[in-house]
Each structure stands twice: as C-alpha cells, then as structure tokens.
Write a new protein. Structure first.
Length: 212
C-alpha cells in the first residue's frame, strides 16, 4: 500500500504514520529525514540539495522529487511506503505523478486550528532521532527523555503559538488545496483526529479497509 498523510502541523501525521508503518510492514518516508541523509551521504541529489541550502534557498521541487524517487527505489519500499511531509503543494503532487510515483490512498487528518495551537504547545521532540511526543496525549515513559534513544527532549522554537499560527496560514494557503486535488482522483479519505491516538488509528484502519 502506497500512502501519504495530509494535515496541518501538529495534526498527528508522524504518530499515525508510525502506527500505519508497523501495521502494514512498510517504511515511513520522511522527506526531511531523507534529505538530511542524502546530504550526509553525499549522493548526487544530496549535493544538489546542499548547494541550494548553503545559499539559504529553498530546495526546488524537482530535486526533492529526485531524492524521494531515489529512496523509493530501495528494496524496503517494494511492498509499499508511507510518505510523510510530501507532497506539500499541488505542483509537487503533479510532479510525483509525472515521475510515476502513484499513490493508493491519501489520508487527511482533520483538526481545528485552535486544537492545533494547544497541541503544539505540549509537543516535545527528540533532537537526535526525531521521535515526537506530547506531554498529555503521548508522553514518554520517562518525563523529558526519548523512549527510543534516551536523549533529552526539547521544545522546538516553531512550536510557539505565534509561529504555529504562521505555519497554519501557510498550510491553508499551500497544502490544504491538495485535498481537492486528491478528492478528484478518488484517493482522499478524511479522518477526524479528535479522540485518543488508538481511536484515530482504528478509524484510519477502517477508512483503508484493513483490520485492526
């Protein structure tokens, strides 16, 4: 199964992607992680991306698509994948299709803006492995410490309320139109992310037609 998750910053995409990854036995492909990995490994597309970042410029869509395509060619993606953070815009979605990256479904996690602002204030992130937690909804086993690698968790600067509102504005302007794009293709499945993590996961499974 080849999926991508849509939703505002803090809507729970990372958490639900991880659960789906384990459920389906396919990898979650985070564009941010594979971009950093490609740069670190010095691949040709990684070096291309680095040339833009070093100039303080955004990495163009065609370079991002090349990095995603390079990652999806690896053996662990043979049975499917879950894209996290891609596509962010309609041109990116069109580019995925043009490069032959075809999705089976698109999940949109629906959360109100005010709930997003409240959630982000409680988010804690591991600076080492990228694992994400929430002080109320998804706390680590040990307060302030990552379950996966034992690193002290941090509050990201972009989780501040005023920054979150700016990010929400960008999401509504640039990314939310993807819902209409994928709805026309018959791929969109919307899920209200208003209950517990387990409740939302069960609703996602139902929307995809897979057992709990």
């Amino acid at each position: 199964m080849k999926l991508t998750l849509l939703g505002a910053p803090g809507a729970g995409k990372g958490t639900q992607s991880d659960i789906l990854s384990r459920k389906l036995g396919v990898p979650t492909i985070s564009t941010g992680n594979i971009l950093r990995s490609a740069i670190h490994d010095g691949t040709s597309v990684g070096l291309a991306a680095k040339s833009y970042i070093d100039k303080g410029q955004l990495v163009p869509d065609n370079v991002i698509i090349d990095i995603v395509q390079e990652r999806l060619s690896q053996p662990d993606c043979a049975n499917g994948f879950i894209l996290d953070g891609m596509p962010r815009t309609i041109p990116q979605a069109e580019a995925l299709i043009a490069h032959g990256i075809v999705l089976d479904g698109v999940l949109s996690l629906e959360v109100s803006d005010e709930d997003i602002v409240e959630r982000m204030a409680g988010r804690r992130v591991c600076p080492r492995c990228g694992a994400s937690y929430h002080v109320r909804m998804n706390p680590p086993k040990q307060d302030g410490v990552c379950d996966a690698c034992g690193t002290a968790l941090i509050v990201r600067p972009d989780d501040a309320p005023e920054t979150v509102r700016d990010r929400l504005h960008i999401y509504h302007e640039q990314t939310e139109p993807l819902k209409g794009f994928y709805e026309k293709l018959g791929l969109l499945r919307s899920v209200e992310n208003a209950g517990s993590i387990e409740d939302v996961s069960r609703e996602i499974f139902r929307s995809l037609g897979i057992g709990e």
